[in-house]
Design a protein around this ligand. Structure first.
Ligand SMILES: CSC[C@H]1O[C@H](OP(=O)(O)O)[C@H](O)[C@@H]1O
Length: 357
């Protein structure tokens, strides 16, 4: 098993820290490490995992200690830098990392970016160049978050005239999934800062409860007016006219605009369409995969049934169906907000255009 050391996160005074990066590179005397905020321990424990090898990082990815498409891209790139710096086989590291989880295209993209940099580096500079590429991707993702928040502010003003937004979100798409302030939750945060967020409805997001644990954690820290709800309660909010727009993230956007996101996103898109509510995806272009033609071609991660059966006291031997994602067809998506601008309507042509801006 990989070498992971866990340590509590405290500031100098020993209190809970303020801004905690989801992932950071450190170079202690004993050698470089990748430090991850263990998202399986949030919200009640702020614990960091110190990864000294790729096996530890792969274990963290598979357990969702580190998660979320853009952040997985950063983890993949830094993982290659870690392998190179510690003298591990980079090709083996690339294979392990790229296959740690199948749906988020960003993971493989980050790995490939760092591997290409490593291979093209001058002799004996591969590790340094791979790290520089990981850091460049990190900065690009942070900039993308800022740009998506800006584009999102403009789109919300058009979609919900008069402000006072009541927004519903699913899973977790804030700073915990990003090199910056996130994707969909980054747009919500910008609305909150502008005094335009009347209510954030937070789907609990079973079975791993990314909404109840992580989005609530981020919303509380930001002082947002948020309310948690059981996933099954979303329909009654639409019926009551309490939702002005739905904002979600993405793990892979196919060439035709079909979007894989946390399971439960597709039913929200159907509800939104039925109730004439905008359904908006927020994702950097690193989540767009032009090599995947449509939603049927997206590999949806199937996770252990125990994540479902352990949640409720199911009878021993109960089998569970536990897809981590589902796919929303482009015709149910009002708009996709990227760092390059807003895609609407969502078509193969508009997808290519936004990638080439
Ligand atoms: C915008 S990335 C966040 C994205 O990733 C989540 O999946 P997971 O928690 O399994 O990594 C979910 O699909 C979010 O929308």
């Amino acid at each position: 098993m990989g070498d992971q050391n866990a340590r509590a996160v405290t500031d100098e005074a020993g209190g809970a820290s303020s801004a905690i990066p989801a992932l950071r590179w450190e170079e202690p005397p004993e050698g470089p490490v990748l430090v991850l905020l263990d998202q399986t321990r949030l919200p009640h424990e702020e614990v960091e995992l110190v990864c000294t090898d790729v096996q530890a990082l792969v274990q963290a990815i598979r357990s969702l200690a580190v998660r979320g498409a853009p952040l997985l891209g950063l983890a993949g790139a830094y993982g290659i830098a870690l392998a190179a710096a510690r003298g591990y086989d980079v090709n083996e590291a690339a294979d392990l990392l790229a296959h740690a989880r199948p749906t988020a295209v960003n993971l493989g993209y980050g790995v490939r970016r760092a591997v290409a940099a490593f291979r093209d580096a001058p002799p004996h500079q591969g590790a340094a160049v791979a790290l520089a590429e990981a850091r460049a991707l990190h900065a690009e993702d942070a900039a993308a978050s800022t740009a998506m928040a800006r584009h999102g502010a403009q789109l919300l003003a058009e979609l919900v005239p008069g402000g006072g937004y009541r927004l519903l979100t699913h899973c977790n798409t804030g700073a915990l999934v990003s090199g910056g302030e996130g994707t969909a939750l980054g747009v919500v945060l910008a609305a909150h800062r502008a005094g335009e967020l009347r209510r954030l409805w937070v789907d609990e997001t079973r079975p791993l409860l990314q909404g109840a644990r992580l989005t609530a954690y981020e919303a509380a820290r930001a002082g947002m007016p948020y309310t948690l709800l059981a996933d099954n309660a979303a329909g009654s909010l639409f019926t009551a006219g309490e939702v002005d727009a739905v904002l979600v993230g993405a793990d892979r956007i196919a060439a035709d605009g079909s979007t894989a996101n946390k399971v439960g996103s597709y039913p929200l898109a159907v509800l939104a369409r039925y109730h004439h509510v905008p359904f908006v995806v927020v994702a950097p272009t690193t989540t767009i995969d032009l090599a995947t033609p449509n939603g049927d071609a997206i590999e949806v991660e199937q996770r252990a049934g125990s994540e479902v059966t352990d949640l409720a006291p199911s009878p021993l031997g109960t089998q569970a169906y536990n897809p981590a994602f589902d796919v929303t067809p482009p015709e149910l998506i009002t708009a996709i907000i990227t760092e390059n601008g807003v895609v609407s309507p969502v078509t193969a042509e508009s997808i290519v255009t936004v990638c080439n801006r």
